[in-house]
Design a protein around this ligand. Structure first.
Ligand code: NAD
Ligand code: ZN
Length: 359
């Protein structure tokens, strides 16, 4: 399956399916033959789990740079090490970089590719479910000690090669985390698709072919939005549904304390409560969704570990604060997102309401 991504700056394709890696890489044969160096960036866990498969499918000579896993990969120190690696390997503008990993590897690799000699081409080979989101759309970033993803660039890949075989070694927690972004894509786009997802008995146990179809649907939502608004001036903001409160919880937990998607799921439930006030969704739907999140073991009760005062500190630091007001993405109905400025006092009220709904 192929999904075109037509952004203002660059056009490329996402190739998705089981065992597509070799064939999709070979479709770049001409460019890769001309490259003076092929570099693969990955992290220690991905390499341990998937080195064998990668070697069996990647038909060219390459150098591999194995980085620390998780957010550590997006540190200034690792950013510098990655550049040093490229310099040591005598890379030039004619070199090609591959991001083989989850969102962390993809974000770091994309930013290194954007900045090395003012830009060299790169290909995303995502290995997590979450990366159906992060690998598409060209947001690249590293973290600053004062905040996540504060340093980055919009820089599109040459292609995204999404081999769903690679997802087999993911832990249940990483699957759950990634599925939160799939569910987010359904909530902001399509009621029927959302019902389908909510009918699945266990979100961490979906057959590979079905999963590929859900991932394809998620990528289509993202591709359509970034085609319309590559640099987040308007509709791209909708992708932040669940992320305002979610980011605050994620930051309060200390990055890595909660997986990104776990925090996003908490933020989605919170955004649904806010949506009741400004749109047509009702409490019945919020309760049904909350139960669905519990049934799928999303750790909603983690919220009790942080007071609203702690979350408030992170909420006001959000990149999306405009003219002193928090910008929340809410839903009028399923598939109808909009941006709503919200005062902190109302955030606190809804925080209280949210906590009283949790078991
Ligand atoms: P991740 O890259 O940290 O991967 C999660 C964990 O799973 C890591 O320990 C990793 O080593 C391991 N892993 C990855 N693939 C594996 C596999 N196939 N088998 C076994 N283990 C595997 O996290 P993520 O959830 O993929 O992505 C989160 C990151 O993505 C965050 O840094 C977030 O800021 C970023 N993000 C970026 C965008 C964007 O648009 N650029 C969007 C959403 C999230
Ligand atoms: Zn996200």
């Amino acid at each position: 399956m192929r999904i075109p991504v037509n952004t203002a700056s660059h056009q490329y394709e996402v190739v998705i399916g089981s065992a597509v890696l070799k064939m999709a890489v070979q479709s770049f044969d001409e460019k890769l033959q001309k490259a003076d160096q092929l570099i693969v960036f990955t992290d220690e866990n991905v390499w341990e789990a998937q080195q064998h498969y990668f070697e069996s499918q990647f038909p060219y000579a390459y150098e591999v740079f194995v980085m620390p896993a998780g957010e550590e990969c997006k540190s200034f120190g690792n950013f510098q090490n990655a550049h040093t690696f490229l310099i040591d390997k005598k890379c030039t503008r004619r070199s090609f970089v591959f991001a083989f990993g989850g969102g962390a590897v993809g974000d770091l690799t994309g930013f290194v590719a954007a900045t090395f000699m003012r830009g060299i081409p790169f290909i995303q080979i995502p290995t997590t479910i979450l990366a159906h989101d992060s690998a598409v759309g060209g947001k690249t970033a590293i973290n600053h000690p004062h905040g996540k993803n504060l340093i980055g660039a919009f820089y599109q890949p040459e292609a995204v090669i999404y081999d769903t075989n690679l997802l087999q070694s993911l832990s249940e927690r990483e699957i759950r985390s990634g599925m939160a972004e799939v569910i987010k894509h359904a909530l902001i786009s399509n009621e029927n698709w959302l019902s389908e997802l909510m009918d699945i008995p266990s979100i961490t146990n979906i057959a590979e072919d079905k999963l590929a179809l859900h991932l394809k649907s998620g990528i289509e939502v993202k591709a359509k939005i970034v085609a319309e608004d590559e640099t987040e001036q308007s509709v791209r903001k909708y992708l932040n549904f669940g992320h305002t409160y979610g980011h605050a919880i994620e930051a309060a937990a200390g990055y890595g304390g909660l997986a990104h998607g776990e925090a996003v799921m908490i933020g989605i439930v919170y955004a649904l409560l806010l949506s009741e006030r400004y749109g047509q969704l009702d409490r019945e739907f919020t309760k049904q969704f909350l139960q669905y999140a519990y049934d799928n073991d999303y750790p909603l009760d983690e919220t009790f570990n942080y007071s609203f005062e702690t979350l408030e500190h992170y909420l006001v630091k959000d990149k999306k604060v405009e003219y002193g007001q928090l910008q929340f993405v809410l839903l009028n109905k399923i598939g109808e997102p909009f941006v709503q400025p919200i005062e902190l006092a109302e955030c606190k009220e809804v925080d209280h309401e949210y906590r009283s709904l949790l078991t």
